[in-house]
Write a protein that binds this ligand. Sequence first.
Ligand SMILES: Nc1ncnc2c1ncn2[C@@H]1O[C@H](COP(=O)(O)OS(=O)(=O)O)[C@@H](OP(=O)(O)O)[C@H]1O
Ligand SMILES: Nc1ncnc2c1ncn2[C@@H]1O[C@H](COP(=O)(O)OP(=O)(O)O)[C@@H](O)[C@H]1O
Length: 402
Amino acid sequence: MPDARELADLELLLSGAFTPLTGFLGSADVASVIENGRLHDGTPWPDPVTLTLPHDHPVSAGQELTLRDPEGAAVAVMSVTERTADGLVAGPVKSLGAPEHGPFARLRLSPTQVRAELRERPVLAVTMRGPLDDLDEITATARELDAAILLLPLAFGEGGPAVVRAALKARESLPSGTTVAVVPLAPREPEIDLELREHVAAAYGATEHLAGPEPVTLPGPPHRRGLVVFFTGLSGSGKSTIARGLHDALLERGTRTVTYLDGDVVRRLLSAGLTFSREDRDLNIRRIGYVASEVARHGGLAICAPIAPFAATRDEVRHMVEAVGADFLLVHVATPLAECERRDRKGLYAKARAGLIPDFTGISSPYEEPDDADLTLDTTGISVERGVERVLDLLISGGRLR
Ligand SMILES: Nc1ncnc2c1ncn2[C@@H]1O[C@H](COP(=O)(O)OS(=O)(=O)O)[C@@H](OP(=O)(O)O)[C@H]1O
Ligand SMILES: Nc1ncnc2c1ncn2[C@@H]1O[C@H](COP(=O)(O)OP(=O)(O)O)[C@@H](O)[C@H]1O
């Protein structure tokens, strides 16, 4: 399944906004674009528009590949011309005419639609990633050129709808007949981005192109940003005890909205039926990460405390959270196995040692120690209060808590 950026590129390939491209690029074109800003056949093109699939995906050259959106709807079919060892899949794409949805879907006009609307008039296209600051200049330039104005809000990701709203607002103060067409162009490096905007504007029939100002992105102060505090560690290390203590302390302060995704509750509801195999643990952690990132997306603070023994899966969660503009703090509760086993609160270690519980973390299943923890906490010989305090200090010192 393509990721968000690949899907956005796919939409532009299908709509003709990336003309002359008709599909995702193969290795020869990618090398040539990176080397000299041209496709292999010499056509100028600034950006390697590629699709990467997991290594174990079975598709190969000569086959057809159906591309789906995150809901599983088939969006396009690709005639695969190349499949490289590092996962690149190249070939022309054809639309399957999937129904369009998403905010402002009705404004996602294709170049053909826009050209038909603007007929033969000269067109001043303005690409924008944030609010326009000089509408008078745009009006004056359009008059000079006797051109129609075409606003192309480049809407991608969380901030996408805001850019479209800015375009609709600007249209109110621009000459009548100003057209707005939403283009899902994911941002690139500044120079490449600018060149790519030129190509897209030309595809939409622009005789002249103005690149709107870069948006001023203020991520908001840390105490208002979403936050996920993710505890990891062996069974009995003290994750739930510290996490509960943190939850209580935050409720007492009352300055942030908090959700505690209790491990037992998660296993009973969200992950009911899952085992402790590697696959099921990964699934469990991804589900926790997904819910936590949804909480954080709206500025909430989510606390989770699963064992989460695998580094790659913890990393996936970090990315999931950061992708919604929130912060992720990893707290490694690094109480040594011997101490966890000595505590053996639920008698599970004794059972695991006796071979009664298979795949038990630390005994018969691995725990990968984090090397990216924001705080490492060994609870041996310290009070619960002291442990909670250490986590609170981390939040306060990072400005995440007032
Ligand atoms: N095989 C095996 N390995 C580890 N743990 C086991 C196992 N079987 C049951 N339990 C109990 O399940 C709790 C860990 O569940 P998690 O959801 O946190 O695990 S994981 O993150 O999906 O690996 C863990 O609870 P905590 O002691 O609270 O960590 C155990 O009590
Ligand atoms: N400083 C401490 N922090 C957390 N737990 C502690 C501490 N000192 C002793 N303990 C005890 O260790 C056990 C930790 O269990 P628990 O919090 O359920 O661990 P986990 O969720 O990691 O499996 C509890 O019985 C708790 O009372």
